[in-house]
Design a protein around this ligand. Sequence first.
Ligand code: SAH
Ligand code: MG
Length: 216
Amino acid sequence: MLNEKLHNYLEDLLPDRNELFLEMESYAREQEVPIMELSGIETMLQLLRIQKPKKILEVGTAIGYSALRMAVALPDATIVTIERDEQRIKVAEQYIERSQKERQILLITGDALNIVNEVGSEGPYDVIFIDAAKGQYQKFFEIYSPFLDKEGMIITDNVLFKGLVYESEIENKRIRSLVKKIRSFNEWLMKHDHFHTVILPVGDGIAISKKRGDGE
Ligand code: SAH
Ligand code: MG
């Protein structure tokens, strides 16, 4: 998160989301579901409005918040979204049904690392949004980027991990190892031969990677 005053100022300026989204936001707060932060999702939606994707792949549905926000912002797009947690799948299905967006959202259940063929057969995708287990980001990127359209874009959330990626000393061993993985993903991604990437310090840090054309 940026400077807190600035952050609050920008969040206060945002128009209210509809009732269902506000309900999902409080559910996520109460149940500690890590849905995307507001400044992050607003930035992503704006990029999507510019890009106008028809088909989006999301890795990490949780309760369907970001999938539904994308569906509402882009009425012509379909979203294929992956989740492995049984409880969250149930909640996501209910929210998708209540918003009557079943036709726009296809929820594929399972571990994203094991269902590549099924997910690939729904492609190609104009946008891929990676927002699942942070330790596996490079794997998700590697296995799903072949299904990206040549004009496509990959958005990865949480690449600044609450600012921990630029802290030098981290006590907790598990967090330290996760931080190492995110750092190495960021470095790998920034020098990827086939993508131009910029990391935006909004929300929890989002990386925007655009496929390079010939000679770019
Ligand atoms: N995109 C959502 C938040 C996703 S939270 C939103 O902003 O609304 C991350 C989710 O990814 C969690 O629900 C977790 O269960 C799921 N996840 C993590 N690793 C996964 C994997 N390998 N396969 C499928 N889902 C995974
Ligand atoms: Mg996230």
